[in-house]
Design a protein around this ligand. Sequence first.
Ligand code: F6P
Length: 545
Amino acid sequence: MAATSKSSLTSRPEWKALSAHYDAIKGTHLRDLFAGDADRGKSMTCEAAGLYLDYSKNRIDNTTMDLLIQLAESAGLKDRIEAMFTGEKINLTEGRAVLHTALRAPKGASILVDGENVVPEVHAVLDKMAAFCDRVRSGDWKGQTGKPIRHIVNIGIGGSDLGPVMAYEALRHFSQRELTFHFVSNVDATDFAEATQGLDPAETLFIVASKTFTTIETMTNADTARQWLLAGTGGDESAIAKHFVALSTNAEKVSAFGIDTANMFGFWDWVGGRYSMDSAIGLSTMLAVGPSGFREMLDGFHEMDQHFRTTSLDQNLPVIMALLSVWYSNFFGCETTAVLPYEQYLSRFPAYLQQLTMESNGKYVTVDGDEVDYETGLIYWGEPGTNGQHSFYQLIHQGTRLIPCDFIAFGKSLNPIGAHQDILIANVLAQSEALAFGKTAEQVKAEGTEDWLVPHRVFQGNRPSNTIFADKMSPAILGKLVAMYEHSVYVQSVIWNVDAFDQWGVELGKVLATNIIPELESATEPDLQHDSSTNELIRRYRAMK
Ligand code: F6P
């Protein structure tokens, strides 16, 4: 499929209108925007699929949103959404369809890739996963010595780790507590050693999760796991079939590793690594929460998919979120967005979002290969509240940078104890209020502050945030939340005209590392071919090791 030919983004009238509008509105304070519209806290909200988005504390007015929607329309957003859902090969540089939405489609749906309906295959894999999970969870699946499995170790990296570990943490409340879950991603041996510390090999199941089954970190950890398992179960190779399963698109490599392909759960090249937590890559999630919990999560994803596909742009949660990101990135010149979940179960959500957003939209050329003359891909970062308040929030409140924030909070705690939840929620509300409205010098003086101290105690305010509210953490809500961000990333990529589904930027480092490994292992002074810095560092490492 050829890219839609359009005039370059910054020369479009819609962009120019936004630029002029930015000049007019950039100095306006949120205090004035709220004072001028008593209804703003209600009108600038959007609710769908159980998620409530309050975007009123952003530096926008109704004209801003109209102009942003016009920009989205000028990018052909509606058509691009359909192109994704209908399996067009929108991952242009890899010539692939992008169909993570098919992973959560209901059984009867039909989604064609190269003329074939992929939905039956998706459900066949889900059924196979469910049968396996039922056997492990019930204790029917036995290890080499006849003991049931008690420990699950997921070995994977990037999308084959961040989604599973985030989802496990998010849904821990719903997990089968007799099973323990561990995640090994780093090629640093410490990760493996610590994750397997104290585990009985006879009760341990390794999930080797790798779309390609060639990733060096995962293959190195999988080899180490095999040795660890064989050493702990008597050395008979037949133990591998009982203690290893693979999640991959590459049956040949799985087989070459020694894992029976009967113990492989497949997926397809139209599932990107960072969009794969609801494919077979989610096996650890399904083991934790069971097939019905996993289905609930998929249904949550699907509900958000439907909202995204069918709702008008101005009432569309992922679209609104994406347009605000474009507004701050391209007009206010913001570099980063902080994601601040006030829910301990979402402790790994910011890390998960980093790959989703930054591997997707960290691109300097358009799909046509032209260098962009505007910023793409905001930097995402964050930590759960309230912890971050006692760490980096100072800079968000009083620093020199403008950092839009996404606050995520829930009406109910899954662990309701005393006043904890009220205190938690009071904090999230106080933070967005303080960021938006601040505290003037007059207010500080009126408190009797000495003159010299006044500037230190002034909060300028006018610092934007979104607040996302939902009832309580659940598999369905997790699916909706992740799908909202997935689609927001896609909308941003459509506006920026970049391929959100490739990741060529990680390749060079991989190739260079592969070249350096033998140089580090060599006992003799290698014929080093690098720059003087890299050569010297290699010599130093060889002397140190
Ligand atoms: O870092 C690049 C990358 O390809 C990611 O996109 C991917 O999620 C990760 O490596 C792991 O890849 P695999 O699942 O093939 O091991």
